[in-house]
Design a binder for this molecule. Sequence first.
Ligand code: PRP
Ligand code: URA
Length: 209
Amino acid sequence: MSKVHVFDHPLIQHKLSIMRKTETGPKEFRELLEEISMLMVYEVTRDLPTEEVEIETPICRTKVKMLAGKKLGIVPILRAGLGMVDGISNMIPACRIGHIGLYRDPETLEPVEYYCKLPHDAQDRELLVLDPMLATGGSASDAITLIKKRGCTHIRLVNLIAAPEGIARVQKDHPDVDIYVAGLDDHLNDHGYIVPGLGDAGDRLFGTK
Ligand code: PRP
Ligand code: URA
């Protein structure tokens, strides 16, 4: 069974609370999502392997630690996952970025795929799948399935807010994928929205409603 990591850091919780407020506009919403993503990636990458390398400082030769192991990739789920890209890629400048286009059909709540472009060496990378909202879990689960079909095996899911239903779906479909969330909410309403949640993340991010 995959692990669920819920971040209780006061800075993350404070910023998330501002994002939830109805009166928070797109500019502030975008800035906060970028900041929270930057803070989250610190913990998401905590167990990455390092290796000792020898370098020369202006004073002497010394052994230091540097990242080792698989290179990283990030895969935002369009649209709302785009809001997490800058915060994370600022911290991991060498990461490659893939994109998966999925939208949730408002009637059936089933995800509909419209785009997929991954780095050519995605199967050799540790991939972070990004989406602010994990509601039914259908979009995240389908995105991970698509990525696995391309031969990728090292995948982590990073969400801002998750519903228990979404967590259960991803854990059932992808027990090998750990999930990292800033907020674990209560339930889904009849329209598949997370309660209390923050509404439609894509619309709030891009000001489309
Ligand atoms: C939202 C969100 C997730 C999905 C979550 O995207 O960003 O991708 O819904 O719902 P699920 O867990 O029930 O699948 P949406 O379909 O609104 O598309 P958008 O990002 O283009 O607005
Ligand atoms: N997608 C969103 O953007 N918000 C929700 O609450 C559920 C799905």
